[in-house]
Design a protein around this ligand. Structure first.
Ligand code: FNR
Ligand code: 8K6
Length: 347
């Protein structure tokens, strides 16, 4: 039985969802060369408006946040207008949509922007090359100065204000998957010795400053966050990371966010230093609305919600393969299986 997935859910006094299934943020690399969302993207999102909430593909807050080709932005008037077409199309079909705000930090590449600096917490580069751009090796990043960190916080807040201007119902701050905010939260990428490094409180400071700046600008009800306590992508795990998240999660709980979302590809992954799954680790330390994700079917997702492991279910790859995912699950029709070739076009 999957009935629980179709119950409405109140995030807070101003946002209610018609069901408990979210479309997970999914990078598609289909914006135009000015990083403006296209009409095809508007139609793609509108086809998925039956989700309780759509979270947009990760959207860069400023040029030096870009690490992949044709990922959309939210920093020029043209980009804001392009997103307005998307949000209008989703709203016209009865849906709701949050923008996922992104800066890739050390996985950015100057190939994509004017300049030669890659900004990150510390000069700790990643081995390897940009996915889909195999000729581009990652650079050793330049540690951000405190002044640059303040500017980054301001740029996140401005991008959140732009998202509201573009008609989004709220924003999800991308604090997961080894990108800029996550880079402050892990010892693998943060070796700073100032007020942004070394201790759990200091390493949490940037994430909390971004959350607070955005909540002040657009309201805590419209502010959500995605986190990856288990390092699994663009990041090496360190047993000391647990203390950072032990500090951060209760701090976040005080802030009455719209929701907290786990960033993971497969929820069955376990992390020795977290004592098991990342989602169970977070649930034990954060009592407010939690979104689970990663390898769920409608049945396993419904069971997880019934077992109180999380409150809302995000669906990623199956939503790429099935624009009508919600209708199919409701009507117990078979789902089309996802395959990577589907990333070549927006169906
Ligand atoms: C992702 N994921 C992802 N996560 C994120 O926070 N921002 C993003 O832009 C993307 N982009 C993205 C693109 C593609 C092609 C995939 C497959 C995944 C991760 C995604 O949100 C989700 O966590 C995983 O896909 C796991 O959920 P499913 O697919 O098992 O339901
Ligand atoms: C957020 C940006 C994503 C850019 C493109 C993503 C393409 C993802 C393809 C799926 C591959 C799954 C990789 C799982 C990583 C887990 C490592 C243990």
């Amino acid at each position: 039985m999957t009935d629980i997935l179709f119950q409405p859910y109140k995030l807070n006094d101003i946002i209610s969802l018609k069901n408990r299934v979210l479309m997970a943020p999914l990078t598609r690399c289909m914006a135009d060369d000015a990083l403006v969302p296209t009409d095809d993207m508007a139609a793609y999102y509108a086809r998925r408006a039956e989700a309780g909430l759509i979270i947009s593909e990760a959207t860069i807050i400023r040029p030096d946040g870009q690490g992949y080709p044709n990922t959309p932005g939210l920093f020029t008037p043209e980009q804001i207008n392009g997103w307005r077409k998307v949000t209008d199309a989703v709203h016209n079909n009865g849906g709701k949509i949050f923008a996922q705000l992104w800066h890739t930090g050390r996985t950015a590449h100057p190939y994509f922007y004017d300049g030669d600096t890659v900004i990150a917490p510390s000069a700790r580069g990643l081995e390897g090359t940009v996915p889909r751009m195999r000729e581009l090796s990652y650079q050793v990043p330049t540690p951000a100065t405190v002044e640059q960190i303040k500017q980054l916080v301001e740029d996140y807040a401005q991008a959140a204000a732009n998202a509201i201007d573009a008609g989004f119902d709220g924003v999800e701050i991308h604090g997961a998957n080894g990108y800029l905010i996550d880079q402050f939260l892990h010892y693998d990428s943060n070796t700073r010795t100032d007020q942004y490094g070394e201790t759990p409180e200091n390493m949490s400071r940037f994430a909390l400053e971004v959350v607070d700046a955005i909540a002040t600008r657009i309201g805590h009800e419209k502010t959500a966050l995605r986190l990856s306590p288990g390092a699994y992508f663009n990041m090496a795990a360190d047993v000391r990371d647990k203390a950072v998240f032990d500090y951060l999660l209760p701090e976040l709980e005080k802030r009455n966010l719209a929701f907290l979302h786990i960033g993971i590809f497969d929820d069955e992954m376990t992390f020795e230093h977290l004592g098991g799954r990342a989602s169970d680790y977070v649930r034990a330390r954060y009592q407010k609305t939690l979104v689970g994700v990663g390898g769920f079917t409608p049945q396993t997702g419904a069971t997880a919600i019934e077992s109180d492991r999380f409150d809302l279910l995000a669906i990623g790859r199956p939503f790429i393969a099935n624009p009508d995912y919600i209708a199919k699950v409701k009507n117990q029709q078979p789902l089309t299986e996802y395959s990577e070739e589907m990333l070549a076009s927006l169906i």
